[in-house]
Design a protein around this ligand. Structure first.
Ligand SMILES: [Zn+2]
Ligand SMILES: [Zn+2]
Length: 263
């Protein structure tokens, strides 16, 4: 065990830097976008009337950096498992072609959505909430920096998915890269505080099966409903979607009414 850790230790700083950089980059870019567009294009797209405080943002950034460190330790375990041949992370297309890459990536998103929904609902159980999930809900008005704002136990639950999935499904390194990139961008968008999705994401329209910023924002504001990550499927199936969500999303993307004046 100690020998294995020593043998691969040189990879750890790089893995940590990647996990930390992807959070800072995704959150930083969306924060910049909001700063530029909030007074004009996104003027009526602020979801809550309330503003997060500077102390909220400080807590979110510090705990997100802690989560990135935990993710990198879990990533390090996955790296060792791959290098030792216990799990398969491959490069090139000799054994499996691009079709497999696309299908395995799609399966990974569907599986992650289910994993997130059910672990999230479990963490809302009154016996588990305090230890696992209360920290994330300190952010009643989410910001782009809320994305990885987890307690240590929740960060372990959230970070374990990739290793658990790769233990079962061989993955191309490029597919894993795309997965973590999309995951962090969707996560940051879900907490942005401004609705960033176009009207095509309205429930019933062609992209309406996807979640939006408004959907997850409602989860933070109310502390219940809308437990899903990428898709609305599980919330619809289990009857946990906020009944007022479609109308609220529609009103926000119509873009004519500021948060203060909305019913
Ligand atoms: Zn929650
Ligand atoms: Zn959240």
């Amino acid at each position: 065990m100690i020998e294995l850790l020593q043998k691969h230790a040189s990879a750890l700083p790089g893995i940590w830097a990647m996990d930390t950089a992807r959070y800072l980059l995704a959150a930083g870019l969306v924060a910049l976008l909001l700063r530029v567009l909030a007074p004009t294009v996104l003027k009526h797209r602020k979801i809550q009337t309330r503003d997060a405080s500077a102390a909220d943002v400080r807590r979110e950034i510090l705990s997100s950096l802690r989560s990135a460190l935990i993710f990198s330790l879990l990533g390090f375990v996955l790296y060792i498992a791959a290098r030792e041949g216990w799990v398969t992370i491959y490069t090139g297309f000799a054994e499996a072609g691009p079709v497999y890459l696309v299908l395995s990536l799609a399966l990974m998103f569907v599986a992650h959505d289910a994993y997130f929904y059910w672990t999230h609902r479990l963490m809302h159980h009154r016996r588990l909430f305090g230890l696992f999930h209360r920290w994330h809900h300190l952010s009643r008005t989410p910001t782009v920096w809320t994305a990885y704002s987890f307690s240590v136990p929740e960060a372990i639950v959230q970070g374990a998915f990739v290793a658990l999935f790769v233990a079962m499904v061989p993955m191309h390194a490029l597919a894993l890269f795309i997965f973590v990139a999309v995951q962090v961008v969707r996560n940051v968008m879900g907490h942005a505080g401004y609705e960033l999705h176009p009207a095509a994401f309205t429930p019933g329209r062609w992209l309406g099966w996807n979640n939006t910023t408004t959907a997850h924002d409602l989860h933070h504001e109310l502390g219940r409903y809308n437990y899903g990550f990428y898709f609305r499927w599980w919330d619809k199936l289990m009857g946990t979607e906020h009944p007022g969500y479609p109308a609220k999303f529609e009103a926000i993307v119509a873009g004519k009414v500021a948060a203060e004046a909305r019913p």
